[in-house]
Structures are given as structure tokens and as C-alpha cells.
Design a protein. Sequence first.
Length: 263
Amino acid sequence: MGRLASVCAGAALIGLASISAAWAEQSVRFDSASPRSGQAGQHIQGYLTTPDGAGPFAAVILLHSCLGLPANRRAIGEMIAGWGYAALFVDNFSTRGLKETCAVDFGDGVADAYGALYFLSALPAVDPKRIAAVGYSQGGDAALKIASPRYSASFATDAAFKAAAAFYPPCANVGAEILAIPTLILIGEQDSVTPAADCEKLVNSQPDKRARLIVYPSAQHGFDNPAFAGGKRALGMALGYDRTAAGQSAAALRAFLAAQLAR
């Protein structure tokens, strides 16, 4: 990871130079990680929001759905920075010229997340031993794969995620996996895109209590996204915002991060 770390360190100095206000979002670029070698891959766009102060802060890497960055991306970053964490929202699409990946298996999500991990680990303001991945739908798939040694073992071992959280992920994709880091899964009872039953099966198959599942009654896919208020359909998916589930899931995520990223 030597060459990648030096690239990240240089980008870090440029990317953070103009951050002066609390919760200021800064556009940054970093390299996706190549499996096994840990060397630099494709350039990836990201949006970094940091708390006020010098740090070092624990950090959260945010991974979007197959529809791309959510409209409330900035609000999510500010919320997490308000909890005291650096928040880096990864944009998997813009540098690849993609609009959506809902009909395909997007295989670059984990590599992009590890590229973000190496980038953050090189920042003086971030504690490299306290970084979590939080993903939404397809990004939740990447978060669960990060928690699985079968996928994560192919990346460099001198940087590692401490915890993972997945909002309405396709749990069937990792149904046979044993999760190696603390993992939180949040899903709606009425989710017809990524069924809650698959996540219940995954959590129940774990040999310990490392994975926790929260199912929100009556909630649909995308229950935390205000853009889906009133119910929406996109590419055949039924999506729906649920104010109660959104608030409860934010509180659950905050408690999970506080427990897992404590010093």
C-alpha cells in the first residue's frame, strides 16, 4: 500500500486545506483499491465532511445505492459529522460515467470502499483504527462484503474496517458468509426489493452475536430517504420514505457507531 498511501497523503493535504468551518463538505478524489495488491486503481470522487476541531476523529465511509448519491447526501454527512465523526460519501458513478447500476452486479463497490479507507487512514485528522462502513441497498451489499473475510481478505491488511452497517441490503448475496466484524443491518418489514427474511436468515446463521438485525414494521425499501416520500417506483422497485423508521434507524446507527468506534 506504499504508493497508494503517498498518493492519499498528498491528496489529503490538498483536500483538507480549505476546510475551516464545522461540518464543511469538501470534494476529494482518491484511488479505488485493486484486490490483492492494494495498489491504486481508478480515480473516485468523494465528499468529505469533518467535525470542528483537530481530531483525530473516528470516521464513517458511506456507500450509496444503485440509484447513485441520494439527494440528501449533504444532510447525511452533516448528521454524522454532528455526531463527531469524519464522513466520506463515496461516489462510485461520476468518474465512471454511470447513472445507475440496478440491473447489474456492481463489482467495484468493495474496492472503492477500500480505496476510501486507505485515503482516510492517511489523514492526520482521522484515527485509522476507528473507521466504519455504512452502505445503502447496493452500498449495503458492499458493507456486508466488507464484513465478510472471503471478500475483504483480498485487500491490503495494514488498514481495516472496525464495523459495518447496512441499510436494506440484499442479504441473500452473502447468505453463506460468516461476518468477521460487528455488523448492524436495518431493513423494512415490507421491503419487496431486498426481503427482510433474507437478512433474518443471515443473522440467525452467525455463530455469535456479532451481527444485529433491526426490522421496521410497515417500512419499505429506501425508508430513510425523504425523496421517496409518498411512495415512488424506480426501475421496477417500490420505494417509500417512513419518517418514524428514518428517525429510529438514525438513532440506532448513532448508538452502534458510538459503541463500535469508541476509543
